[in-house]
Write a protein that binds this ligand. Sequence first.
Ligand code: ADP
Length: 483
Amino acid sequence: MLNIVFVASEAAPLAKTGGLADVAGSLPQALRRLGHKLTVIMPYYRRHLAKAGIKAKPTGDAVEMWADGHLRHCPLHEARVHGLRFLLIEQDDLYDRDGLYGPAGGAYDDNLLRYVLFNRVALEAMAKLGAPVDIIHCHDWQAGMLPVLLRTQYQHYAPIAKARTVYTIHNLAYQGVFPAEWLSRLGLPSHHHHPAGYEFYGQINCMKAGIMAADAVTTVSPTYAREILTPEYGCHLDGFLIQHISKLSGIVNGLDTESWDPATDEALAARFSAVRTAGKKRCKQALQERCGLDVSADTPLLTLISRLADQKGIDLLIPNIEAWMQRGYQLVILGSGDPSIEQHLHSIAARHPRQMHFNAGFDEAYSHQIYAGGDIFLMPSRFEPCGLGQLIAMRYGNVPVVRATGGLSDTVIDYHADKKCATGVHFTAATPEAFDAALEETISLYRNPTTWSRIRLNAIRRDSSWQASAQRYADLYKQLLAK
Ligand code: ADP
């Protein structure tokens, strides 16, 4: 049994902006099922926990820490979700805010202070856990500095001194880059601030720090692990990643198949499964009613749930919407992000109230209803480290049309490649035309009930559980400890 600590800036169901939260909430549970001891450390986002209805209680312990000229007293809190222990760091002026990382579409100016403090207090808190820590698994830029701090400033802390670190890149596009003036303000180890370390065009790059100092670096799908070594996907770190290639691997994400289960999902108008599919029709009808669309069982209902950011290829979608409306399809979109995209979608939806519905916001329960009610799930991403939307969609019988990139390539079986086992349709060129052609092909499959029901059942039956991937992480941890 290994003592494993996850350090993550968000984890479902406590606080979530995207796929990282799904992973940080569900992978630890899968590792526990393999017999390991898990703790997840994250900031105490007080109002987000309250919104999620999760109660935390003080552990009675606290960490004192100097940061940016102030001595901070950081009480520790604890929450348990399905037996998994979350250790939460209280610092209300930093973490109890409306956004996790910034106001809508922006970033807080003091994010480096917020997350370096989080990393340091996490290390101090681990030293108090009682048992020696075997593995510290850090996620994304918000935990990137931790492996550097562990190596340079926390080597004398016996309970963590021997711990091995794993750094997982959930999205290379968000690197946490900040002005170098923070080096002295936060007491960061400046002897690593050079091009082979975490310096990046004169600035501090937290993702580079994690890649440099961790014992192993993983990303969330094998295809994305290869793509980030190229200038097209490398976000200016491809050369640096190639230098560290010997410790890089890709492990595909799984899903929390208990909370994402159409057979038991309380948020749905009716439940369904691969053997009892009737409830799916009821879910489609309920979604059409909720969105004010014409209620029609035969009309193809297209769906999209996403952050509205360049990455997600919304610019490949928008030029097609009018044509799809003219062809009589319906479209339901749930997403928030770029205000100009939101405005654009609002104005198209206003022209087609009985065919299109756009909700600009983040709404967990509603997302379940869209996954369940939709026929076709759209994911035209320009790049996609893994993607969870398509995994959830498949499980809910919502057949994905995806751009063949990253984890979308690894998880959706393309109809062109394998007609018998297909779970969706791929397209390759990042153009609206290629997306439209793939959608038209999917619609013709939809019009053929035998073919459609086979693809839909393949999708529902796909094993998206964590079992295999959690075992891969456990094997990686053991390899590191054996070195
Ligand atoms: P990313 O992490 O890049 O945003 P993923 O596909 O990996 O994309 O994960 C997105 C997760 O966030 C999924 O669980 C998806 O259902 C959820 N999600 C995205 N946008 C919304 C929204 N507006 N409301 C509710 N859930 C959302």
